[in-house]
Design a protein around this ligand. Structure first.
Ligand code: DX5
Ligand code: ZN
Length: 217
């Protein structure tokens, strides 16, 4: 048997940069990106990151056929995960920097039949999550400081992607922050198989084409 592993590239859309008043605006925006693999909800609590965004109620209200991935940029995510699970999350991503009892939380999320992922800030070393890697479904490597859409991608965190991919050929590795058609190739080459993009996709005249460009970069 030959040892070549081909991972399918998935593209998720972050709705953080959208100007919305209620869920129907998001529903409509998501109709323009129906070729995405999932919608990525960025939850900000005003504590782990300075800004505050929407919460589980909006995650629940949004009507879409896309899978709902929840990126919790919140302190002590263990206090709120169940709300997001009930709101229909397919995957919960929480920050290692914000969490005590990481192992227990991963187990809890998975026991509820939901995928569990650990996110890490650009400056957080990989050794902070190394022990948890065998258990998590996804690793989310941030390539911008969390808290705001539309920032320029930082390339240094891609080293972490490379080193996780070396050890875990089949693990889902997501990269989030500043992804566009100009840098997506480098992200995929580093070993990511999941790309999260907000401003680039939604600011494009043709969001579906933008998604295809990322997927095939
Ligand atoms: C940053 C968020 C990202 C980000 C993606 O705090 O977690 O999901 O907004 O949006 P762009 O592609 O605009 O960086
Ligand atoms: Zn995010």
């Amino acid at each position: 048997m030959c040892g070549v592993v081909i991972l399918i590239i998935q593209v998720g859309v972050s709705i953080l940069s959208l100007d919305y008043k209620d869920a129907s605006v998001i529903d409509q925006a998501l109709m323009r990106v129906s070729n995405a693999n999932f919608v990525h909800f960025d939850i900000m609590d005003g504590r782990f990151v300075p800004e505050k965004s929407f919460d589980y109620k909006l995650v629940k209200q949004v009507k879409t056929n896309l899978k709902k991935i929840v990126h919790l940029m919140v302190k002590q995510p263990g206090n709120v995960v169940d709300k997001y699970i009930r709101a229909g999350a397919d995957t919960i991503l929480f920050h290692v920097e914000a969490t005590r009892g990481v192992k227990k939380l991963v187990r809890h999320i998975k026991e509820k039949g939901v995928k569990a992922g650990i996110a890490l800030n650009p400056e957080t070393p990989l050794k902070k999550i190394e022990n948890y890697l065998p258990d998590v479904d996804v690793v989310l490597v941030m390539t911008v400081k969390p808290g705001r859409g539309g920032q320029k991608m930082l390339k240094t965190p891609l080293r972490k992607v490379r080193s996780v991919r070396k050890k875990y050929p089949l693990k889902d590795i997501a990269v989030d922050g500043g992804i566009n058609a100009g840098n997506a190739h480098e992200v995929i080459e580093a070993g990511a198989n999941i790309l999260v993009s907000g401003s680039y996709v939604f600011n494009s005249d043709n969001p579906k084409l933008a998604i295809d460009l990322l997927r095939n970069a």
